[in-house]
Design a protein around this ligand. Structure first.
Ligand code: ZN
Length: 150
């Protein structure tokens, strides 16, 4: 598993060890669970909306370093964004981890999230990195079905 070491950059390790926004929002407007059975990652995302803007966002769950750090980085990136802007970041993130060529706009939207770009080399890890994002996307779209990467 030494290839994986290349993925575990300092930022990823830090977010895994000290995840940001790792808490429950008691009065959340939306809460959504997601699962990645392939790796055993579980996440619940909490959203507090205000005038179409993500006023607060947090997560809970257990999983590998990639899933946890991605959720942590995501909550930091999406707080204060409108739903429409959050969807733009979601799309850019998806393009990044699936190996598509990124535009200047994508780079601007992604910022710090680009530390996760390395997962594109590891298809199984793409699901780990995407889990929290798919879960948030489903929460924003108010999709009722359970979120699973399978
Ligand atoms: Zn995982």
């Amino acid at each position: 598993m030494s290839d994986l070491r290349d993925l575990y950059q300092e930022v990823i390790l830090d977010h895994n060890k000290n995840p940001r926004n790792f808490r429950v929002i008691e009065d959340a407007d939306r809460a959504k669970e997601g699962h990645n059975p392939l790796c055993g990652d579980n996440v619940t995302v909490y959203l507090k909306m205000k005038d179409g803007v993500i006023d607060d966002i947090s997560f809970q769950g257990s999983g590998c370093a990639i899933s946890k750090s991605s959720a942590s980085l995501m909550t930091s990136a999406l707080r204060g964004k409108s739903e429409a802007d959050a969807e733009k970041v979601f799309d850019a993130f998806h393009r990044m981890v699936t190996g598509e060529t990124l535009s200047d706009d994508d780079h601007a939207l992604l910022g710090k999230l680009e530390v996760l770009e390395g997962v594109r080399e590891f298809p199984a890890r793409v699901k780990c990195a995407s889990l929290a994002w798919h879960t948030t996307h489903a929460a924003l779209a108010e999709i009722d079905e359970p979120v699973s990467t399978e």
